[in-house]
Write a protein that binds this ligand. Sequence first.
Ligand SMILES: [Zn+2]
Length: 261
Amino acid sequence: MSLEKTDGVVLKAVEWSETSLIVTLFTKEFGKISAIAKGARRLKSPFESALDLLSLSSVVFLKKSGESLDLLTEAKLQRRFRSAQVGLLPLYCGYYAGEVINALTENHEPIAGLMESLCVTLQELDRQASPAWTILDFELQTIQRLGHMPSWRWCVACGEEIETDRQSIAFSPLGGGVLCPNCTPTQRGYLRIAPETLQILESRAAQLSRSDLAIVLCEPRAPAILAPKVRAELRLVMEQVMLNLSERRLRMLDFLGDLKR
Ligand SMILES: [Zn+2]
């Protein structure tokens, strides 16, 4: 057991007893932590609003070994997620980002850069940046940091570079990337997407991987406005990729239908 101090984003809080909560936070140094917050449900909680969903808080906790829950001893609010005042879609996008991080990470396994991506995503939603681009950026960064970036250019079955001057290109979420015309008939469960959709995914993933986040967010996105067909395909691809990684359908995906329109 050791007493640790860090910053974390609140991913989940569930009732544990009449007066306590079990809180799940994502932190930079410790990855995900699940801790008991004693007295958090009392009217005069020692944690005040530091344990509200998606708040960024400074916390002190007693780290337990093995499967035991950690014990939260202090939490102080640093930054509140305010998108409820912006609109329902940004709010749902924030909940979705929290659900993704919770579903794809393990307790006490830090992942470089992931906390930063989550914080930037929540800030972007709060400042009313385009939810469609913000969520796509978040998803691409998350799968990249977890080491699951799909292959956007080389066939996942044979390794050949695919030709993009076609009407549509096969993408296999299960295989983890695109398929060339020779390999496509041998595979199952692939999607057909337009070359423009693929190009957006490839170029944005490359942009996000090479620069500092603050710089990337200031870079112009091409195209600035996504065509409805491309929007719908981007969601289809990312939903399928997330489905494969989390091995279950994420609940908040059902609330993001407006990202396709
Ligand atoms: Zn192939």
